[in-house]
Every structure is written in C-alpha cells, then in structure tokens.
Design a protein around this ligand. Structure first.
Ligand code: FAD
Ligand code: NAP
Length: 340
C-alpha cells in the first residue's frame, strides 16, 4: 500500500511537480493506522492530502504524503433538522449538491468549493457570507502520534475566519476522518453579498421565492463566470487571506483611497485583499508561466505548471508591493509544504 518516490503533480490543483519520498492512499481507518505506523517507524513527517486545492508544494516532500480517501455519506432525520455524516474523502461540492437536491438548506452558498470533506474544517471554509461552522456539529479525527480516534465538538474546533484549531494548536497532529453537520429544516437564504443580489435582480428572481437549489445555482453561475476552473487554469483559490486592520489604519486608508473595499469585522475592518492587489497593478500580470488571474487578483495561477518556488517568489513580490503601497500585511491562505 505504501509506494516510494511518487510525483504529487496529480494531487495538487496548482499542478506543481514535486515528489514525495513515500505515498499512500487510505480507504479505511485500518489503512490509515498502517500508514501512520510506517511513518512513525521511519520518523517521517506526514502530508495529509485531500483534493490538493489549498496547498502549495515548495519542493519535494521528505516524508509520507497520505491521501485520505475514506468514503461514506449518511443523512439522518432528527425531527427538526437533518444530520449529515460524511467521511473525509467525500467530495465537498457533491455533498452540497446532494443536500440541495434533498431540499435541505444551509450549504448552498458553499457550492463549487473544490476539495474534500476532510479539509473543510481545517480553514472553516467559507463563501458568500456562510462558513462551515454555521452547520458544523462535530468531527472524528485520528491522532497522528497514537492512532487513537478523538472527537471534536464545534467549540473545540475553535473556528475563526478561515481558521480553526487545526491551523493553530492542533496543527499537524490529527487526520480528520469524519465530519458531522446539522441542517435545520427551517431555512432562510443568505444572499446579502452584492454578487448574489445582482444575480437575482438581473434574473428577476424574488428573494421570498428562493429555494436552496436556486441559491446554489446562482453561486455556481457567479463562480463559473469569474473564478478560474483549476482543471483548465491551475490555481489554489484565494492566495491570500483578507487582512483585518484596526479602526485607525482603516480610517487612514479610507482617506487615502476612498474606493477601498472593506467590511466591518468584529472590532476591526476586513479589507478585500483582491482589491489591494488589483490597485497595486498586479491583476492579469504573468511571468514565465505564473501569474495573477485577470478577473480576480486574489487568485494566483500556474498555467506553466511551474515549480512552487516560482509561485512563492511571485506571491512574496506581490505581498511586499502591497505592504509598500498600503502598509498592509498579506498572509498566504494555502499551506506550503515542505515550507518556505
Ligand atoms: P488539501 O488542499 O488537500 O488540504 C488542505 C490542508 O488541509 C492541507 O494542510 C492538508 O494537509 C490538510 N488536510 C487535508 N485533508 C485532511 C484530513 N483529512 N485531515 C487532516 N488534514 C487534512 N476555500 C474557501 O474557504 N472558500 C472558497 O470559496 C474557496 N474557493 C476555492 C476556489 C478554487 C478555484 C480553489 C482552487 C480553492 C478554493 N478554496 C476555497 C480553497 C480550498 O478549496 C479549500 O480550502 C478546501 O477545503 C481544500 O480542500 P482539499 O481537500 O483540496 O484540501
Ligand atoms: P467578491 O464577491 O468579489 O467579494 C470580494 C471580497 O469582499 C470578498 O473577499 C468578500 O469577503 C468581501 N465581501 C463582499 N461582500 C461582502 C459582504 N456583504 N460582507 C462581508 N464581506 C464581503 O469575492 P469573490 O472573489 O468573487 O469570491 C466570492 C466568495 O467566494 C467570497 O466569499 C470568497 O471568500 C469565496 N472564495 C474563496 C476562495 C478561497 O480560496 N478561499 C476562492 C474563491 C472564492 P470574504 O472572502 O470574507 O467572503
């Protein structure tokens, strides 16, 4: 089951060619344990892999790339809500489409996010004002060190904006095996984002007639119209998180740049990182096979299937330029392996 010296290009949507010393695909808990035993014995670091849509391979991985391919999906009616139990290797978008086809609301704004269920809690995936945490109930993970199964409640996951305990204190300590979501039968559409408002206005759809399936269809149409499909143009989605700045910095920036795109976020302000990069002049930029998408400057693209170091070099150049022009730090959203 464990293979050596494997090319990871088919396993990341940036299509970066990099090799892993070892690779395994686990379709059961038992196979996961066997793979972990192997890595422990050889003292190898582990790279858990789902759909590979939120990673950047900066070089060869000197350890075990472990494709978590557990399958299984169950829907249970709990009276006023439906519980969904999904194994880590199930595809996220297919799950969303399955729920909306069943008439269940709650996940429709998260349609067309690439990747698998297992990664969805890692950064608390979100889009169009909805996050995984809004429907999340609990998950089961395997501790990498011991192979023991551990339960995490929503509170224990410490979800934040594109963040969770799995990016912080519990980083590199668990393999997520199963996620449980709960969708209340009482549903109201979340369509506050301008893009959704404009879509429904343009298609003469009244908000009070909306069904989850209609919102999913709108999200899919909008995303298809402006975001690059990784199958055609390699990318890892938003390359940077939207930075959150304090009131003083926001006020100063707003004075200098009246068109600044920003939204109140807790006690601070969330700035649209895509707008900053666009204003800095990077949208549509391309150099030696790597570049910035022409319709969404937050997405770095890799049409030349270049190595990770080229992608990271461009990202660092952009971040430094944004810092020089706006005084704002940009933090990458995807995880870099083996690191920079
Ligand atoms: P991977 O890329 O395989 O892994 C991501 C991270 O999770 C890695 O650190 C990996 O080691 C870890 N991991 C994966 N599986 C497990 C597991 N079972 N246990 C433990 N750790 C694991 N994200 C959003 O939030 N919102 C969006 O709207 C959005 N849109 C996107 C659009 C495009 C075109 C692309 C390419 C990406 C987009 N993303 C978005 C980012 C990405 O799709 C999500 O982060 C997704 O959850 C990643 O899933 P994956 O299975 O591909 O994860
Ligand atoms: P968009 O609709 O053009 O919006 C630009 C930015 O403004 C987004 O980053 C969004 O923040 C913010 N925004 C817009 N309306 C808002 C509101 N009413 N309240 C608070 N914030 C608002 O963005 P887009 O690039 O086309 O993406 C659409 C959605 O898909 C966004 O939610 C985005 O996060 C998500 N997406 C994520 C990825 C990824 O890889 N993480 C990739 C593609 C798309 P938020 O990002 O916080 O929503």
């Amino acid at each position: 089951m464990i293979r050596s010296d494997i090319d990871l290009q088919p396993f990341n949507t940036m299509t970066i060619a990099a090799r892993a010393d070892y690779f395994a695909e686990a379709t059961s808990l038992e196979e996961l344990r066997v793979a972990l035993d192997f890595a422990r014995e050889k003292q190898l670091p582990i790279l858990p892999l789902g759909g590979g849509s939120n990673i950047v391979l900066t070089g060869d991985f000197p350890g075990l790339a472990l494709h978590v391919a557990l399958k299984g999906l169950k829907l249970e009616d709990l009276g006023n809500q439906t519980q969904i139990t999904a194994a880590a290797g199930e595809n996220w978008h297919q799950l969303v489409m399955h729920t909306v086809a069943e008439g269940l609301g709650g996940l429709e704004n998260l349609a067309l996010i690439p990747g698998n269920i297992g990664a969805s809690p890692i950064q608390n995936i979100g889009a169009y004002g909805v996050e995984l945490k809004d429907s999340f109930h609990s998950l089961t993970a395997m501790e990498i060190e011991s192979g023991a199964l551990v339960e995490f409640s929503a509170e224990e996951c410490r979800f934040g904006y594109r963040d969770s305990i799995f990016k912080q204190d519990a980083r590199d300590r668990y393999l997520i095996c199963e996620v449980r979501l709960r969708l209340p039968h009482q549903w109201a559409p979340q369509v506050s984002y301008p893009a959704l408002q404009q879509y429904f206005a343009a298609n003469s759809v009244a908000e009070d007639t909306l069904k989850p399936q209609d919102v999913a269809a709108a999200v899919i149409a909008i995303r298809n119209s402006k975001l690059p499909n990784p199958v055609q143009i390699p990318n890892a989605g938003s390359f940077f998180k939207n930075p959150v700045v304090d009131d003083a910095q926001y006020t100063q920036l707003r004075q200098q740049h009246p068109q600044l795109v920003a939204f109140a976020a807790g006690e601070g302000w969330k700035l649209a990182a895509g707008w900053l990069i666009d204003q800095a002049g990077w949208r549509g930029f391309e150099r030696e096979g790597v570049g910035v998408h022409s319709q969404q400057a937050l997405v770095l693209i890799n049409p030349g299937h270049c190595c990770g170091s080229k992608v990271v070099a461009l990202a660092m150049e952009i971040a430094a330029d944004v810092k020089a022009k706006f005084g704002v730090d940009l933090e990458p959203e995807p995880r870099f392996y083996p690191g920079v």
